[in-house]
Design a protein. Structure first.
Length: 449
């Protein structure tokens, strides 16, 4: 078995400390199998560890993690395990998707290949790993706890130091806003984002998003990336998005006016009344820097600036308004909103009236077509009745005798019978005709001599 490179143990009992020490591991004070329970909460639960002495992982191949989860069914398919050399998340980082592992209720023990992690904010310095975090989003109350985090060779055995769940810290979550205006990197993804848990915005009445930010190094952009708005306080859930390649981004300040009802992609569960997350991420093959000014919302006729009707992220350069100016702006926005609402009501009324007229015309046309169909059927029935009556009359008329093929023979027979009944007179008449014919022939012969 390869020698254990490093081990971090969160312990609760002296027995556990003794067992770990006898195993020749390196231990750190500060906790126990700490549990974090969040109540009345849907969002991210995370446990993070800051290592006072960085780990050199050149001789390690795997990360070993033992952690507890109360209800994996409430896992919202969004979470990561992270190690970094920057002392914070999302910079010089390797990360692994929690959902790619088999999560069970209770204790979970995972052996994770160190070199299969996803790089974020540049590759970590494996000689100076000083930060660990596990987080995932939960749909309702949940509890997670970490027993140990260790680094070592393949198939290390940590069964002798496994613990029961220690003291659980119960925490009622307090909503807060977190904004990362600047994103910078030379490889992998670069992003800026805002998670506005404490101040979500209702955009249901607006037409467009107005987003202003600065880009340096656009030539290094690979073409892969997205701009995202979500109502889940996280990326990829309840989301509308636009492909970064379609945004025509340039070096310098970019002002994007995006149709909120025609994104490249829209999740069916996106909530327009509770938008609480923004992110723009872009993959780069060289130094690329992003700097966010504001994310606002308004109407088609609005302009970019610091007086839009609503903002998810307010510009740092936005002028500080006096109470009077703020009240005047709010009053102007209220009046404009009332005017838009009145106009919308008029348009909807006109649309409803047009639909009513169209429906009446369609009903009238359908009634006329039905009447014409009935009339045609009645006319066809009348003609059919007349034809039937005529056929019946013809069938009832007397039938006249028709000549047959034997009629001439019968007539000749009748004539012969009539002649026979006349006796000798008939015979004499016939003989006389023959005699005259013979005599005539003789006279002709004499003349020729």
């Amino acid at each position: 078995m390869k020698k254990l490179a490093f081990f971090l143990l969160l312990c609760v009992t002296a027995v556990l400390l003794t067992a770990a020490a006898s195993a020749g591991t390196v231990m750190y004070e500060g906790g126990g199998a700490n549990g974090l329970y969040r109540t009345g909460y849907t969002g991210a639960i995370n446990i993070e560890l800051h290592f006072k002495e960085p780990f050199n992982l050149n001789d390690a191949d795997y990360l070993y993690l033992r952690f507890y989860v109360e209800d994996p069914e409430r896992y919202a398919n969004n979470g990561q395990i992270e190690i970094t050399s920057s002392g914070r998340c999302d910079a010089e980082e390797y990360s692994w998707d929690v959902g790619s592992f088999d999560m069970q209720a209770g204790w979970n023990e995972w052996q994770i290949d160190l070199f299969t992690g996803h790089e974020s904010g540049g590759a970590p310095d494996m000689e100076k790993i000083n930060y660990f975090r596990i987080y995932f989003f939960t749909e309702g109350d949940n509890l997670i706890a970490v027993d140990y985090v260790a680094f070592g060779g393949e198939n290390e055995d940590f069964s002798s130091i496994a613990t029961e769940l220690g003291e659980v810290k119960r925490e009622v979550h307090v909503a807060s806003d977190k904004i990362s205006r600047v994103g910078k990197g030379s490889s992998g993804s670069v992003y800026m984002q805002a998670a506005m848990e404490a101040s979500p915005v209702n955009i249901a009445d607006y037409d467009c998003a107005f987003i202003r930010f600065k880009v340096d190094g656009i030539d290094h952009f690979t073409g892969d990336g997205q701009l995202e708005l979500t109502s889940s306080l996280s990326p990829d859930q309840k989301e509308m998005s636009w492909q970064a390649a379609n945004l025509d981004l340039q070096d310098g300040w970019n002002e994007l006016k995006l149709d909120l009802y025609a994104p490249d992609s829209l999740g069916g569960d996106f909530d327009y009344e509770k938008v609480n997350f923004f992110r723009l991420y872009m993959f780069t093959e060289g130094t690329l820097k992003l700097n966010l000014d504001y994310v606002g919302f308004g109407y088609e006729g609005d302009d970019f600036g610091y007086d839009l009707p609503a903002y998810l992220v307010v510009s740092e350069d936005a002028p500080e308004l006096t109470p009077e100016e703020k009240a005047a702006r709010e009053e102007a926005q209220r009046i404009a909103a009332e005017e838009r609402a009145a106009k919308k009501a008029e348009e909807e009324a006109a649309k409803a009236e047009a639909e009513r007229i169209a429906a009446e015309e369609a009903a009238q046309k359908a009634a006329e077509e039905e009447a014409a169909r009935i009339a045609a059927e009645e006319e066809a029935a009348k003609l059919a009745a007349e034809e039937a009556e005529k056929a019946a009359e013809e069938a009832a008329a007397p039938v006249e005798a028709e000549p047959t093929e034997n009629a001439p023979a019968e007539t000749a027979a009748q004539t012969a019978a009539d002649q026979k009944s006349s006796g000798c007179g008939s015979f004499i008449g016939t003989s006389a005709v023959v005699l005259l014919a013979v005599l005539g022939s003789a006279r002709i012969c004499v003349r020729k001599e």
